[in-house]
Design a protein. Sequence first.
Length: 195
Amino acid sequence: MAKILENLYRALGLGFALAVVLILALHRDDLATSAPVYAVFFFLWLHVISGVLWIGLLWYFNFVQIPTMPKIPAELKPAVGKFIAPEALFWFRWAALATVITGLIVAHLKGYLANALTFQPTAVVIGIGMWLGLIMAANVWFIIWPNQKKALGIVAVDDASKAAAARLAMLASRTNFALSIPMLYAMVAQMYVPH
């Protein structure tokens, strides 16, 4: 078991294998008799998993990495910039995309995609959550990531441009952090809004 848990991808595989066992044990009959309903549940589950990874990393950056960087001795900072931040940003941006895609699939399968995106009365709450999520994902891909590439030296720029890019990436990250709070409220509140 230690060999499995020592490797991230093996542990991830183990988690999904255990989930498949649980799905088959609890929902085998449901899969055969009501596959469309189960498809919604399945994509919602994937949406939650990818969302936890995305927002978890967003909160890690804002609660841990950004406030801690000024306290790290200068000789240790390159390790964060060269190894930790690029890896975290890889998972961050792809989790954002996965969250958006699975969320759109869920909204489509449940039949409220167009209503939510156009703020129809039956889907205003989820529509707000979806638009906040879309804005946040756009920030990740079009502001945070391009500027982090400069700040981390993945793209070569002068020191002034590097500092400006780091600040812009941080401000966009803080914007996403602030937006994540009402976005999560809207996502959860949707389950309790009368239709």
